[in-house]
Design a protein around this ligand. Sequence first.
Ligand SMILES: *Cc1c(COP(=O)(O)O)cnc(C)c1O
Length: 439
Amino acid sequence: MTEPIRSGFTTRQVHIGSDATAARPRALPIHLTAGFTFDSFDDAAAHFGAGDGFGYTRTGNPTVDAVERKLASLEGGAEALLLASGQAAISVALLGLLTAGDHVVSSTHIYEGTRGLLLENLARLGVTSTFVDEIADPDAWRAAITSRTRLLFAESIANARNDVLDIAAVAAIADEHGIPLVVDNTFATPYLVRPIEHGAAIVVHSASKFLSGQGAVLGGVIVDDGRFDAARSGALFPHLAASPSGEAGLWERHGGHARIAYLRESVAPRFGPTPSPLNAFLIGQGTETLSLRVERQSANALAVAEWLEARPEVASVAHAGLASHPTHHIAKRYLSGGYGSVFTVTLRGGIDEARAFVEALQVITHMTHLGDVRSLVLHPGTTSHARRSPEQREAHGILPGTLRLSIGIEDVDDLIADLDAGLRAAASIGERFDIEVVA
Ligand SMILES: *Cc1c(COP(=O)(O)O)cnc(C)c1O
């Protein structure tokens, strides 16, 4: 606004210098504002009526919108919706598809937070779930589907065994039933694989991980393929196809984009996990270097995995890039540019060796996060998977000596020297390398 000549200090304090200038910054501006002024009386009505323009940051923000366009493009989707965290993205995506009485078929090999969401939170809302263990077997997915199943859920590179999903095979099964395959693509990133290109309908991410990369903010994103078909699936998702109130329904207004339009108009703004525009900006900045980081991280991780696999202190390494991995052939089909950089290594011995290893590391940071530019380590058995029974942990490839590594962009020689120190510390716990792995 132009300077009001007679306005008071406080009026000027809040009004002067807060308006957008005519300049066009090359970097994305951070629109850190709760809301947006309406140019005219009619503009306000048009915003509330047809959703034109920006009104309030919970329903739309130019910084958030810019990052959404970037991520939709990178995933090869039609539209994206940015949320406050990865869990927010998964929650909003599922809440937009499911009704009490519905059923989900999910891979067993998923992030613990998502598993809890399905088993506890959605179960309390009347949604049941079946978990498929043999995710490489199409018949296992097919057998779990009932007349109330409304979606299939899996991770492209799975927690914690590093199994790579045969996306096209599972997507084809979802398609036989007119329901979407939702893929959590956090571990792979769109640089390595774009599930929508292989038939997935919806991709979700924790943007807190590789997309932001700097480890400073949380975020999540939903990317939709824009191919919802009411003629085929409208009876399964009546809230997307028809409008109970008589006004134009989502399908009529948005066609194939009805699904993501519903999330944007009716789920995200009501449940409310809105991303901060500042966090959106940092996710956008991070994503600008995604390919460079993931390429380097994948190369580092494969070198580290090969080095670890050859060491006598190591019982096994679960990295999809290794020929020894059970889904290496699937990884070769789907992943290009690298095999990812989050994987587990299982030491000979058990928890004492794992403790000595973690405590000896100096370059690799001990924390619960992944996809960071810095290399990170965590002991899943006593942290993320502590609530599971030993049998369940073992089925997921998590033994007392198992550690999860997320490899960063550091010089690989420094990482190997650090891991070498860790293995020596583990070895010094006892001359136990002739003892079998304790389950
Ligand atoms: C971290 C993570 C999530 C949850 O994301 P937040 O941003 O922490 O809420 C979901 N899925 C996978 C695979 C993750 O690694």
